[in-house]
Design a protein around this ligand. Structure first.
Ligand SMILES: Cc1cc2nc3c(=O)[nH]c(=O)nc-3n(C[C@H](O)[C@H](O)[C@H](O)COP(=O)(O)OP(=O)(O)OC[C@H]3O[C@@H](n4cnc5c(N)ncnc54)[C@H](O)[C@@H]3O)c2cc1C
Length: 554
């Protein structure tokens, strides 16, 4: 049997703590004790909604079935317990649990365990910490239920890796060009090289160049939607604003459903390091922040549908939201938290290079693709500054291209100083990209100085686009009032004309974050007048639930 990479004693203690006798008693009160024979399987990989087990006596082996036999994850003894983040979400188990020695266990249903986490502060601390650390370790050790076969020269591969990474789902990646035995594996599953990227789910299901939705469905990332259930709050978008709204709504006892196009975290999830968010003096990666917030929302019982987009908002209270898979959900209140997306430069062949040299986020994943190569960062805002500083660590050289004649007006002072101090970053002002060349991967970039008209061609294969943003409000299709740039108007920004056009039915004026529809709130970057920062998104998301309570009471 294979083993995961050895853990230091401190790390083992973090991942697999022992419950005290008093804690075991409290868990026992929420479940039932049972005697189990050696070899009894308590959890099968792929099962959803699995119960929670604490070992009283005997030994419980946690293993992961793989193509080359079982991978031994851990052997639980007295006082140790099963579970990782899937315990809270009810998603399919990534591992199997089998008694290595006969003994006694406490079995607690997932619902009862979730109740325990919400009500017992002391147990919550131990269990939540272990669940989060265990998931991080599975991701770090690539110990998941899915194998991705692809190539760095294929944009679909980057998309799927990004989707799994941003959803915190562990996977094994096999590179067609580098890893031995890939051809053998493709032959075994009857796949042609032209059909990559390929995803092999639990050693059985093979998906050829799947959409994110197909990946989510195959891995069972989404709960079944009960279309008849009227929710208290539907949050559209799971960036910092939407996650904050979901955490506050669920923790205050509201029934909340989130809908998210890709993965929790939004733009913040694509940031390598956020250094100005209160409480994180050494900075925190967007991915880490999003993972923590998502775990918090799950702990309080918020539900999330991922890899699905809201397509239309309609009706009067209760509101109906159409999802792009044809389902509908209904909510007494709605929080619009769909944020913004980066504008794309008007270059004819740009879309063909997305994921093949053109990137819209700068995280470790993208940084690995351009290690020791020259890169370009386009844009003069804080996100561009952060990306340039981050990439300068691993890239050979970073060229920052801005259309204006300096950074002073658009970027925080601390970033400007780091850019000026770095010998590995060159700022090119009054400069814009005029052409992209190469096939299929980007190979050369032509840029032009706007003042002199001079063009230069550089053999650069990677461009990070951080070029201003447009609101994600197309799906609202005129249902709520927007400003002239397409951001959602709220509160006192709404004019009498806006309210008349939306048939505002109440005597009162809209609340602070309320749109031109009663009980429909807008928060974060998508809101007109919002300060585009993580802290303001989180603040607005939290406040919106106070207003949702008021709207629900009407
Ligand atoms: C690279 C980068 C670095 C940054 N660094 C910092 C920083 O250091 N400090 C700071 O304060 N701010 C930073 N920001 C800005 C900050 O990330 C944003 O202000 C913040 O993420 C806004 O949060 P939001 O929830 O309003 O929107 P977003 O983060 O944009 O999230 C919106 C979410 O809605 C989803 N969505 C969109 N349309 C739909 C739909 N129809 N249906 C379902 N879901 C949908 C999107 O997929 C997305 O996940 C950075 C931004 C970037 C891009």
């Amino acid at each position: 049997m294979k083993e995961i990479s050895p853990l230091s004693p401190e790390r083992r203690e973090q991942l697999f703590p022992k419950l005290s006798d008093a804690q075991i008693e409290r868990v026992a009160a929420a479940g039932s004790k049972r005697q189990v024979e050696k070899d009894t399987v308590l959890i099968n990989q792929g099962e959803a909604n699995v119960p929670f087990f604490v070992v009283i006596s005997g030994r419980l082996d946690i293993v992961q079935p793989t193509d080359q036999g079982e991978l031994n994850i851990v052997q639980h003894q007295h006082g140790e317990f099963t579970g990782e983040m899937n315990m809270l979400t009810g998603r399919r188990s990534l591992v199997s649990a089998r008694m290595g020695e006969a003994g006694e266990v406490i079995e607690v249903s997932r619902e009862a365990m979730q109740q325990l986490v919400q009500t017992d502060v002391n147990l919550s601390q131990v269990l939540m910490t272990a669940f989060i650390f265990r998931r991080l370790e599975l991701v770090a050790q690539h110990a998941g239920d899915v194998v991705v076969i692809g190539s760095p020269h294929c944009s679909g591969t980057l998309r799927i890796k990004e989707f799994l990474t941003r959803n915190g789902h562990p996977y094994t990646y096999l590179d067609l060009d580098k890893d031995d035995g890939v051809q053998e594996m493709l032959d075994k599953f009857n796949v042609r090289i032209s059909e990559i990227p390929v995803l092999i789910c639990r050693g059985k299901t093979v998906l050829k160049n799947p959409s994110n939705q197909q990946v989510a469905d195959c891995l069972g990332l989404n709960p079944k939607i009960d279309e008849t259930q009227l929710r208290d709050v539907i949050v559209v978008g799971a960036g910092p604003a939407g996650l904050a709204a979901a955490v506050y709504a669920a923790s205050e006892g509201l029934d909340v459903l989130m809908i998210e196009t890709t993965a929790p975290g939004g733009q913040a999830g694509s940031s390598s390091k956020i250094e100005n968010y209160l409480g994180f003096p050494t900075g925190i990666s967007g991915q880490n922040l999003a993972g923590r917030a998502y775990a918090q929302a799950q702990k309080f019982g918020a539900k999330m549908i991922i890899a699905r987009s809201a397509k239309k908002l309609s009706g009067t209270r209760p509101y109906k939201i159409e999802i792009d898979d044809g389902h509908f959900v209904a909510g007494k209140t709605v929080v619009i938290a769909t944020g913004v997306q980066y504008r794309k430069l008007p270059l004819d062949n740009l879309s063909g290079f997305e994921g093949m040299g053109i990137y819209f986020g700068a995280t470790n994943m993208e940084a690995q693709l351009c290690n020791e190569e020259e890169v370009i960062v386009v844009g003069g805002g804080n996100s561009a500054g952060q990306a340039a500083v981050f990439l300068a660590d691993t890239a050979k050289h970073v060229h920052m291209l801005v259309r204006s004649n300096g950074l002073a007006e658009s970027m925080s002072r601390y970033l400007i100083r780091r850019i000026e101090d770095s010998p590995k970053i060159t700022l090119h002002t009054c400069t814009e990209i005029s052409a992209l060349e190469g096939a299929p991967h980007l190979e050369r970039v032509v840029w032009r100085n706007k003042n002199t008209g001079a063009s230069e061609t550089h053999p650069i294969r990677h461009i990070f686009m951080m070029t201003g943003a447009a609101p994600n409000t197309q799906w609202l299709n005129g249902c709520v009032a927007l400003d002239d740039k397409g951001f959602v108007r709220t509160g006192s920004d709404l004019t009498e004309e806006d309210l008349r056009a939306s048939d505002w039915p109440l005597a009162r004026h809209p609340f602070l974050l309320e749109t031109s529809r009663p009980g429909v709130l807008a928060v974060g970057d998508v809101r007109s007048g919002n300060v585009k920062r993580v802290a303001s998104a989180v603040g607005e998301g939290s406040i919106s639930i106070h207003l949702a309570h008021k709207a629900l009471a009407e």
